[in-house]
Design a protein around this ligand. Structure first.
Ligand code: PAF
Length: 282
C-alpha cells in the first residue's frame, strides 16, 4: 500500500500500468473505512492488476454542513486496514487538488434524482456526480466498485457513466451488515450506545417486511414499516418507499415491477442512516 496525495504522482504511476494493458480497479470512499468498504477493496484487489482507493470527504455532496463537519475522519486506522488488503494505492487528495476551481457543473438525472435521497438531500447527487466524474477522470479505472447500501447513488453513478460515455465498468457490491443486521456505515460510529442498540430495529423491520410482503399491499407494507420504526422512541423515519429497482420510481402494486426494492432513511437522533431491501420472489 502506498499513499499518494497528488494527481500528478498518481497518474504517473497509473500510466505505467495502463501502458502495459494492466487493469485498474477503483474504490472511491470518504474514509472512516469499515468492513463494508473493505469488501469493495478486496473485490477490486482480486479482480484487477492494481487497485486505487480514494479517501476524500467531498464537501460538495453535503447538503447539511453540520454533517460535513462531524463526518468521521480516521485516516491512520484507514491506512492500517488498507495495508492488510494489499496491492493498492491510496489516493488522499486535498480539496484544492480535486477542485482547483469551484465546480459549477450541474448534472441532470431526471426522475432518478428527484426521489428519496435526492428529494430529502437537495444538491447531494450533483455533488456526488461532480466528485465521482472528477475521480474517474483522474484514475481512469477499468472497474469501479460501489456498495448497494447507497442504492440510489449506484443508479446515479451508472447514469453518469452513460451520460459521459465513460469506459468503466460499474461493479455493484452487496450490503455488508453488522452481526446484528445493521447495515455498515461510517456514520454508525457516531451513534451513542443506546442509538446503536436501537438502530438494529431498522434492518429487523426491513427483514420482517420481507416476510409480510406476500400478504400486504404495497401501501399497507409501507405504512407498517414506517409505523413500526417510528414506534421506537430512538428512531424517526424520514422516508420509506417501495420502488422499481431499475428506475427508482414508486410502485403502487407489486405487479408494477419484477424488481421491488424498499429504500429507507431513518434518523437516530441527528444521525441519518439508510438501508434497503429487495423483495425478491414477489
Ligand atoms: O459513497 C460514498 O462514500 C461517496 O458518496 C463517494 C462515492 C465516495 C463520493 O464521495
Amino acid at each position: 500500500m502506498e499513499v499518494i496525495h497528488t494527481i500528478k504522482e498518481l497518474q504517473s504511476i497509473l500510466n505505467r500500468y495502463s501502458s502495459q494493458s494492466k487493469s485498474i480497479g477503483f474504490v472511491p470512499t470518504m474514509g472512516a473505512l469499515h468492513a463494508g468498504h473493505m469488501e469493495l477493496v478486496k473485490r477490486s484487489v482480486a479482480e484487477n492488476d492494481i487497485s486505487v482507493v480514494s479517501i476524500f470527504v467531498n464537501p460538495t455532496q453535503f447538503n447539511d454542513k453540520n454533517d460535513l463537519i462531524k463526518y468521521p475522519r480516521t485516516l491512520e486506522a484507514d491506512y492500517k486496514l488498507l495495508e492488510e488488503a494489499g496491492n493498492s494505492y491510496v489516493f488522499v487528495p486535498s480539496e484544492e487538488e480535486i477542485y482547483p476551481e469551484p465546480d459549477v457543473r450541474q448534472f441532470g438525472f431526471g426522475p432518478l434524482e428527484t426521489v428519496m435521497e435526492g428529494k430529502f438531500r437537495p444538491g447531494h447527487f450533483n455533488g456526488v456526480a461532480q466528485v465521482v466524474s472528477r475521480l474517474l477522470d483522474i484514475v481512469k479505472p477499468d472497474n469501479a466498485y460501489f456498495g448497494e447500501k447507497d442504492f440510489q447513488q449506484l443508479a446515479i453513478v451508472r447514469e453518469l457513466v452513460k451520460q459521459l460515455n465513460l469506459n468503466v465498468q460499474i461493479v455493484a457490491c452487496p450490503i455488508i451488515r453488522e452481526k446484528d443486521g445493521l447495515a455498515m456505515s461510517s456514520r454508525n460510529t457516531r451513534l451513542n450506545e443506546n442509538q446503536r442498540k436501537e438502530a438494529v430495529f431498522i434492518s429487523k423491520t426491513l427483514f420482517e417486511s420481507r416476510n409480510r410482503c406476500k400478504e400486504y399491499t404495497v401501501d399497507a407494507l409501507k405504512d407498517w414499516v414506517v409505523n413500526n420504526i417510528n414506534s421506537n422512541p430512538e428512531l424517526h423515519t424520514e422516508y420509506f418507499d417501495i420502488v422499481d429497482g431499475s428506475n427508482l420510481q414508486s410502485i403502487g402494486k407489486w405487479e408494477d415491477t419484477d424488481y421491488p426494492v424498499g429504500c429507507i432513511a431513518v434518523f437516530a437522533g441527528e444521525i441519518r442512516l439508510i438501508d434497503n431491501i429487495v423483495y425478491s420472489g414477489k
